[in-house]
Design a protein around this ligand. Sequence first.
Ligand code: FE2
Ligand code: FE2
Length: 244
Amino acid sequence: MQKQLDVEKTIDQWNAAFTENARKPLQDLSQYSTESLEWLMMEHWQFSFRNCEFLWNSAQTTGAFDTDAVKKELIRNYEEESGHAAMYKAALKKVGSDVEAREEFVPTTKFLDAIGELCLREPSVVLGTMFATETAAIFEHQVFKAISEEVIARRAAEAAGKPLVGFHDLHLDGVEQSHKDELGIFLRGLYQDQAVVAAEGIRPTIRPQQALEGGKAAVELMKEWWVNLFAEMKEKNKALAMTA
Ligand SMILES: [Fe+2]
Ligand SMILES: [Fe+2]
């Protein structure tokens, strides 16, 4: 029999299945209008904008654990991320994409609100949720770097586009990997058949099933959000084809 995966690897695997699928429609960006690619970037900015609230609230709820190691890591992450939404917004503006001019896309609002609610749950659920979103962040910065480069090339905005590419590079250059790994430590070597795993060293007492529940819920929400994003991209391209 195959050895059972621990909580860290299980959530990692769910995430890999989700991102593998979500990457497929983005392999050939030439099929999308510049407007629809720009729209996608602005939807992603919404996540960046809400991220600090998620990290802050998660740090507070995980403060209920019996050690402060998870809270400390989330505060570190929060401090690293604060200011990033403004940086991203300014970088987008330089290539002609104004997030202030965006119209609300309800599936994005619903998705972000649902992640926000998960951050207020029981601490093990919150840990699983945040680990899942940090794992997906690597995928997001990879695909949005490629999308940014496509938009920049079409607009011949290479010089103006440097901060935008740089923004994604900064995250891919170890930042997101460390966010993922530093939370993953707390889930490593824990298995779903254990109801409670007692604290050890700096790691708090964790409920593996709850951590898996949070991770699963977050991956499912991200999966659904991307399905909605791609459906809207299709509509936007269709509408453009009809007016062309
Ligand atoms: Fe960031
Ligand atoms: Fe992150």
